[in-house]
Design a protein around this ligand. Structure first.
Ligand code: GLN
Length: 537
């Protein structure tokens, strides 16, 4: 097999230009040409992983099949490529240093002075090459977080410089930059890009391709000028205009020939065109919806929409599958009470209660469930949203007013959600989170089975507390259907309320598995139920 090609994606001028989406779009195009591609994110912060980061700081924590808590860009990679990523696809400075320091403590460096170069850069390079060394990929695209010139990005840029020598022709650098538009003079300015490329050159790295984010079209003169000042071929200056949806980017990059430029760089065949039919079909359903629905998303981090990235993307996929547009109404769980639920949820076609941790806003989630259940509005509860559904059922159907989760009320006399015995002693050691993919067996008479169309499914988890099986019998007798069970542990993974248009709570996170080409069945069914509900109103 030909050697793996490594593509580095760096960013200049400002953050938030969409390196993740450009990386995912390029990967999508190469994959559509039949190549095997994976994408990796290097994060320059010192946290070991984003698992403990507040979502307000960094948006959602994305969880992979193998239970790694990772950056939300990995979600984009999976949604675009329709392939799972893993721990190896996300590396942080914290993890790099942790592993170098562990080696130092073990004496692996034989008493030598341990330094950024070569020890840290060696560790970074080995983490980059690990994916290519599996022999599974033709291309490894490595996105370097942050912006060129940041102090914390320096060891990564230095590693790229070294790899450019080591890998010779198997390596290239794509630099994403911003061309600001000055309204007074009516022009796109190239100077910030010249500066950011200069900063890269000071570190010894020459970009091979420039992707220029811009509000306006980048004409031939500007491309020539940029090429002249940055030593990049004019053809390798690519325009990336603002788009109405991130899912347009692969098509836009195809029109700009980003994939062709990359293949030409590696002297690889670029004549066979990528097969983008399914992608285009998705886009046209997305852009021309037949109807618009409104779904309430109830959570406590609603000020930062990125905290629920995978959920809102899942709605986009499921909406397109149903040929409808899903508008999200953001509802703060701290503000919702039994008294104002009618007002805050007025006109909604469906309600989703989002995952979360801790006490803040939890009672608002329970009040939301009661409203959705009693008013028979399609309800979808994820993780904490499932736990809230169980608690609401215990309180208002069984009349157990003290029912709760021990996460919020450790002294509840009806702890219907609790830590399991075998977790109790692990708590002291600090590692109790149920993380990653686990199996679940579905009851064939359930709505969940109707949605999935199969009996054994596998879904990803990220939580500590569980449905307390001590109360299962009574809850089931009162009409709560436990329709999904973990075959290995016996833990309840799905609850449903029958005699309701759609009421499902899942302990796992279906949103992590929804992709453009494979919209998640539960989201598709939920959106369908909301659409039917709207039409019957
Ligand atoms: N806080 C709950 C638990 O830890 C739910 C977690 C979540 O919603 N991801 O079990």
């Amino acid at each position: 097999m030909a050697s793996t090609k490594y593509i580095f994606v760096t960013g200049g001028v400002t953050s938030s230009l969409g390196k993740g989406i450009i990386s995912a779009s390029l990967a999508t195009l190469l994959q559509a040409r039949g190549y095997r591609v994976t994408i990796q994110k290097l994060d320059p912060y010192i946290n070991v992983d984003p698992g403990t980061l507040n979502p307000y700081e960094h948006g959602e924590c994305y969880v992979t099949e193998d239970g790694a808590e990772t950056d939300l860009d990995l979600g984009h990679y999976e949604r675009f490529l329709n392939r799972p990523t893993s721990q190896g696809n996300n590396v942080t400075t914290g993890r790099i240093y942790q592993s170098v320091i562990d080696k130092e403590r073990r004496g692996d460096f034989l008493g030598k002075t341990v330094q950024v170069i070569p020890h840290i850069t060696d560790e970074i390079k080995s983490r980059i090459r690990i994916l290519g060394d599996t022999g599974n990929f033709n291309f490894v695209i490595t996105e370097i977080g942050g912006t060129v010139g940041d102090i914390e990005a320096l060891p990564y840029i230095e590693s790229v410089r070294q790899l450019k020598w080591e890998l010779e022709n198997d390596c290239m650098v794509v630099h994403l930059t911003l061309l600001p538009f000055l309204r007074v003079t009516g022009e796109l300015k190239t100077k910030p890009t010249q500066h950011s490329v200069k900063t890269m050159l000071e570190s010894g790295v020459q970009p091979d391709v420039l992707v220029c984010r811009s509000e306006h079209s980048v004409d031939a003169d500007i491309r020539k000028k940029l090429a002249l000042f940055t030593n990049v071929r004019p053809r390798n200056v690519i325009e990336s205009r603002d788009a109405s949806t991130i899912y347009e980017l692969p098509i836009m990059m195809y029109k700009e020939k980003l994939d062709e430029v990359v293949l030409d760089h590696f002297l690889m065949e670029s004549k066979i065109q990528p097969d983008l039919n399914r992608w285009k079909d998705f886009l046209s359903r997305l852009q021309y919806p037949k109807r618009i629905l409104e779904i309430g998303l109830v959570g406590k981090y609603v000020e930062l929409k990125d905290s629920y990235k995978s959920i809102t993307e899942s709605f986009i996929h499921a909406g397109a599958a149903n040929e409808v547009e899903v508008k999200v109404r953001w509802i703060h769980s701290e503000h919702l009470t039994p008294e104002n639920a009618t007002e805050l949820c007025k006109g909604l076609d469906g309600i989703l209660v989002a995952p979360g941790f801790g006490e803040r806003g939890f009672e608002g989630k329970v009040a939301t469930v009661q409203y959705a259940r009693e008013q028979k509005i399609p309800y979808f509860g994820i993780c904490y949203g499932m736990q809230a559904a169980v608690i609401e059922y215990a309180r208002n159907v069984l009349g157990w007013s003290d029912a709760s989760t021990t996460e919020v009320h450790p002294d509840s006399t009806k702890p219907v959600i609790a830590l399991m015995d075998e977790q109790m002693h692990i708590t002291d050691m600090g590692g109790t989170m149920r993380l990653g993919a686990q199996k679940c067996t579905l009851d064939e008479g359930s709505k969940a089975f109707e949605a999935y169309g199969e009996t054994i499914i596998s879904e990803r988890h990220r939580h500590r507390y569980e449905f307390n099986n001590e109360y299962k019998e009574e809850l089931v007798a009162a009409g709560l259907h436990t329709s999904g069970i973990n075959p290995d542990s016996g833990l309840v993974e799905i609850v449903e309320v029958q005699d309701h248009p759609f009421f499902i709570g899942v302990q796992y996170h279906p949103e992590y598995k929804s992709t453009v080409l494979n919209p998640h069945p539960l989201f598709v069914s939920f959106v369908r139920a909301a659409d039917e509900y709207r039409q019957n109103k």
